[in-house]
Design a protein around this ligand. Structure first.
Ligand code: FES
Length: 269
């Protein structure tokens, strides 16, 4: 049985949790996620993977305690057993070696799925510019990790307690002025944040990829819970995604669906 190796609160209600999962640590690629089933009677929680250590057989997750199951895992101490871990699930991120000047825009905990991708492009020698948005200074997470693999970093906060006052997408125009036009932008965060960031990037002729966070239940394409509309076609985020072309996503439908199930547990973030 897998177990929790360590659990650290890195911001209010946000924990960095290291668990044992040797197979996933070996096979996982950026963009993929897993589903945790903590105890017999717990709900299944889809979570993005932040880091892995194949030698130790461990993976690092960032979990926000927003519902019963996420609160449960965040309260569990090191050594606690986990009933099962399913993964890696979903399609790996499409990495384009021709993208030499790459932009990443995150909202809140959305920086978690972007971090491995930033690292990958950085290792490939691309210039990586990261625009991180948080509600307030207290919510800042993964700053140190991101700075290690980001050529440029800019931070914004809603209340101005950290970096520029405003949204991360407000930093796109100044970033282009400083570092030139970007080849592509990767976006992760709340649905509306992704929708408006896609539109802002499009104004500058920059194509986008978004990491979607719909409801998930089985994570294997069977339940239909994660159905999303992409370019007029129905896709399942768990098997066809979670990353999609930002300009093809029907954000209105997605926001409506998530609003309907606002209190549901099964969200990636
Ligand atoms: S989570 Fe069930 S189909 Fe995707």
């Amino acid at each position: 049985m897998e177990k929790i190796v360590s659990s650290t609160e890195i911001a209010p209600r946000i924990h960095k949790i290291v668990i044992t999962a040797p197979q996933i640590a070996k096979m996982w690629q950026p963009g993929q996620f897993l589903i945790l089933h903590v105890k017999e009677d717990s709900e299944r929680i889809p979570l993005t993977i932040c880091k892995r250590d194949p030698e130790k057989g461990e993976i690092t997750l960032v979990v926000q305690a927003i519902g019963e199951s996420t609160r449960e895992i965040c309260s569990m101490p090191a050594g606690s057993p986990i009933r099962d871990v399913l993964g890696p699930l979903g399609m790996p991120s499409e990495i384009d070696v021709n993208f030499k000047n790459v932009l990443f825009v995150s909202g809140g905990i959305g920086i978690t799925p972007l971090y491995p991708l930033i690292q990958k492009y950085y290792e490939l020698g691309s210039r990586t510019t990261v625009l991180m948005g948080f509600r307030t200074a207290k919510n800042l997470i993964l700053e140190e990790e991101v700075r290690e693999v980001a050529t440029n970093t800019m931070i914004a906060s809603d209340d101005g307690t950290l970096g520029e006052k405003g949204l991360a997408l407000d930093l796109i125009a100044p970033a282009i002025e400083k570092w030139g036009k970007f080849d592509h932008v990767y976006i992760a965060g709340p649905v509306r944040m992704m929708q408006y960031t896609v539109a802002e990037a499009a104004k500058f002729g920059i194509k986008s990829t978004v990491s979607l966070n719909p409801l998930m239940i089985d994570g294997t394409g069977m339940c239909g819970g994660c159905r999303v509309n992409i370019g007029g076609h129905v896709k399942f985020a768990c098997v066809d995604g979670p990353e999609f072309d930002g300009e093809l996503v029907d954000f209105e439908k997605l926001a409506k669906k998530l609003g309907t199930y606002k209190d549901h547990q099964c969200r990636i973030r």
